[in-house]
Design a protein around this ligand. Structure first.
Ligand SMILES: O=C(O)CCC(=O)C(=O)O
Length: 300
């Protein structure tokens, strides 16, 4: 029996956030794509206000069992209804679907803030190094600007095409100013001429491959740099290192990945969500801490 597929021009690019064939080809060749508009700047600023209200409400909350930064820097969507809602945003998922296909799992969300005049940096790294996940081509990071991101305030830089080198060796710096959990850094040379500034306006996002070399510098400005980072994968991705790992199905179904489904929170920091966050963080720390000779931190 012949199974016919709907022609791709059924999707109206003016009405959906799907990527064009050229954009997908560019992503596959360069390992990144930007800028992609996912919201009007006023809407994105509203998202930022919502998240900043959450920060004010919960940052010093004594009933939290871990430091606030641990909840926002990993698996924020488990404890925050706003982060979970944004991970379901159709304008983001339409673009991600063009890369990953119709079944999409949110594996991770991170709120990455660089405060005014913060010296915090992220050394040049490949995301997949300590995640324990397979299927590099079936995983993509959506970096959503909630405030302007400029080189002056610590925007990312990509090394275009570096994902084609595959997984490279990293060394750990544990730098006090490093926002990466072990200050990991690629142990290979790259050509500074290949650096691509990821400068974005609120409501724009970049997409990058899990093996893309990327990093970011300090914030030398008077304003906060605020970004929501969402790591999506298709069900072709499974956890290979830790005994259990988790993912929130945000579109379609998961028939093949070993990531266990997590619930969507409709309130912030419920006791159940806090307990689940602790369980997930513990399980994910196995690959993250593999061969580390110090405790991990998020540069707080
Ligand atoms: O927000 C940053 O400066 C870096 C983020 C990053 O490394 C990532 O999204 O993978």
């Amino acid at each position: 029996m012949t199974i016919s597929r709907a022609p791709s021009h059924d999707i109206d690019p003016e009405r959906s956030g799907s990527l064009s064939d050229e954009q997908v080809a560019s992503y596959r060749s360069d390992g990144y794509l930007l800028p992609i508009t996912v919201a009007d700047p006023r809407v994105a600023t509203g998202w930022c206000d919502e998240i900043e209200a959450l920060e004010r409400r919960w940052r010093d909350e004594p009933s939290l069992t871990r430091p606030f930064v641990d909840y926002v820097r990993a698996n924020f969507h488990i404890v925050s209804s706003t982060a979970a809602r944004l991970a379901h945003e159709s304008s983001i998922l339409d673009a991600v679907e063009s890369i990953l296909g119709p079944d999409i799992i949110c594996w991770m969300t991170e709120l990455i803030v660089k405060e005014p005049h913060s010296t915090k940096i992220l050394t040049m790294h490949q995301d997949l190094t300590y995640w324990g996940l397979d299927g590099a081509d079936h995983l993509v990071t959506a970096w959503i600007a909630l405030s302007p991101a400029t080189i002056a305030n610590g925007a990312m830089q990509f090394v275009g095409g570096s994902h084609r080198q595959g997984q490279v060796a990293h060394h750990d710096t544990y730098g006090a100013d490093n926002l990466l959990s072990r200050g990991q850094e690629v142990a290979v040379e790259y050509d500074p001429a290949d650096l691509v500034p990821v400068e974005l306006q609120p409501g724009e996002m970049s997409l990058h491959h899990g093996l893309m070399f990327h990093g970011s510098g300090p914030n030398t400005t008077d304003d906060r740099r605020v970004a929501l980072v969402i790591r999506y994968c298709s069900p072709a991705v499974s956890q290979l290192v830790s005994a259990t790992d988790y993912g929130m199905v945000v579109r379609g179904v998961n028939r093949t990945s070993n990531l266990l489904a997590t619930p969507v929170p409709f309130a912030d920091f419920t006791p159940e969500a806090i307990a689940l966050h602790a369980e997930i963080t513990t399980m994910q720390s196995t690959p993250l801490a593999a061969n580390a000779d110090r405790d991990l931190s998020y540069g707080r």
